[in-house]
Design a protein around this ligand. Structure first.
Ligand code: G3P
Length: 253
């Protein structure tokens, strides 16, 4: 499953990009509004950080067909990484139908049902953005079942543009687990949630135990060498000194 980071914050994009696991970035007008910078400027900065081959979604805000068409053409011209986000509306589908054959790639957003996903696939969208968190927020259990069904749908119908089911509006790690189980092609994840995915209590305990064992072994060797009077005792050696095994450290002095 590909990981996109769902943010318009450049520092978050930079941090996630450094881990080497990032496949793309999704932005939306609400995320951009929080940043207080011009939309195009920020999208180009993001493209620059993530580099070639990474998908960067930038959203149209126009609702009317003619205006959305012009806006989509403009956004698509900003950078080769761009996927133009259009909403699941008749005008949005018309824009996709008009521009996808010309090579513009689309992320169809605000999808909440299987028929909407089918329509977006038929229009020619590359990414089908299902908002799961907003459905969960309503106390409905159908969001993840929609993902399972949509993944099956794209396998069954073999649309020419090979659309990918993108799980959006993610609220926490459990939705990532469910997205993997569903076989979703992409999850777009808020930076804070992405960071949470690294952690497991047993990983933390494991690291602590390895460090403690190492420190104990080193202290024992140091005190043994000290006792035999070879001068290694109290030399301030740290178990974190890079590139030296316990045995090498014991030979010091
Ligand atoms: O980018 C679309 C989506 O991820 C928005 O999420 O948290 O506003 O429901 P949210």
């Amino acid at each position: 499953m590909k990981f996109f980071v769902d943010t318009a914050n450049l520092e978050e994009v930079k941090k996630a990009h450094k881990w080497g696991i990032l496949d793309g970035v999704t932005t939306n007008p609400s995320l951009i509004a929080k940043e207080g910078v011009p939309y195009k400027q920020r999208v180009l900065e993001i493209c620059d950080v993530v580099g070639p081959g990474k998908a960067v979604s930038a959203e149209c805000v126009e609702a009317d067909f003619d205006k959305m068409l012009a806006e989509a053409q403009d956004i698509a011209s900003w950078h080769e990484n761009i996927y133009v986000k259009v909403p699941m509306t008749p005008a949005g589908m018309e824009v996709i139908t008009r521009l996808a054959p010309k090579g513009v790639r689309f992320n169809c957003t605000l999808i909440f049902s299987l028929p909407q996903a089918l329509i977006a696939c038929k229009a020619g969208a590359s990414f089908i953005s299902f908002f799961v968190g907003r459905v969960d927020d309503m106390g409905s259990a159908e969001a993840m079942q929609n993902i399972v069904d949509a993944v099956n749908m794209v396998k069954t119908y073999d649309f020419p543009q090979k659309p990918e089911i993108l799980v959006a509006s993610i609220r926490g790690p459990l939705q990532i687990v469910e997205s993997i189980r569903a076989g979703a092609q992409i999850a777009t994840v808020p930076y804070k949630t992405l960071e949470m995915l690294f952690h497991h209590p047993l990983t933390d305990i494991g690291i602590q135990r390895f460090t403690e064992d190492y420190e104990k072994a080193l202290a024992a060797l140091n005190s043994k060498n000290g006792a035999s009077g070879n001068g290694a005792s109290g030399n301030g050696a740290s178990p974190k000194d890079a590139g030296q095994s316990i045995e090498e450290k014991a030979k010091v002095g």
